[in-house]
Design a binder for this molecule. Structure first.
Ligand SMILES: [Zn+2]
Length: 133
């Protein structure tokens, strides 16, 4: 291996260890695909996906700031792509049921029904069975 290739690999490793492996761009692409396939375009198109390392005990969270939704992944858990996609479904359901949130629960029956519907229509299948053809 040439020297500059070694530095490139080292650089990639340093960058990925600083920000985790969460790829916001590819998650944003998945969000658009999910929106088409499972939400009939009801998810807003201007949702932002961020990755931040926090000590909070959450895998990800959705917030509504400056007139758009932000899904923030917690990179301390380094979940891997499949788990990140499952978490994305969780957050997508938060977005489509946002109005149903109350002070007592952030997972109202509307949110649970959204996740159940995704399960029934097979949204999880490609994640659970992809490698087992
Ligand atoms: Zn939640």
């Amino acid at each position: 291996m040439k020297k500059h290739a070694i530095f490139a690999v080292l650089g990639l490793f340093l960058v990925s260890s600083m920000w985790g492996n969460t790829n916001c761009k590819s998650l944003r692409r998945l969000y658009d695909i999910d929106n088409e396939e499972y939400f009939a375009g009801r998810l807003p198109k201007d949702t932002e996906i961020r990755a931040v390392k926090t000590k909070e005990d959450v895998l990800a969270q959705t917030s509504y700031e400056n007139n758009h939704f932000i899904i923030t992944y917690n990179t301390q858990y380094n979940m891997g792509q499949d788990h990140e996609h499952l978490v994305l479904y969780h957050e997508e359901c938060h977005i489509v049921t946002w109005q149903s949130n109350t002070e007592s629960t952030q997972h109202p029956k509307e949110w649970k029904n959204c996740m159940r519907r995704l399960k029934i229509i097979g949204a999880f299948d490609n994640i659970l069975f992809e490698d087992f053809r």
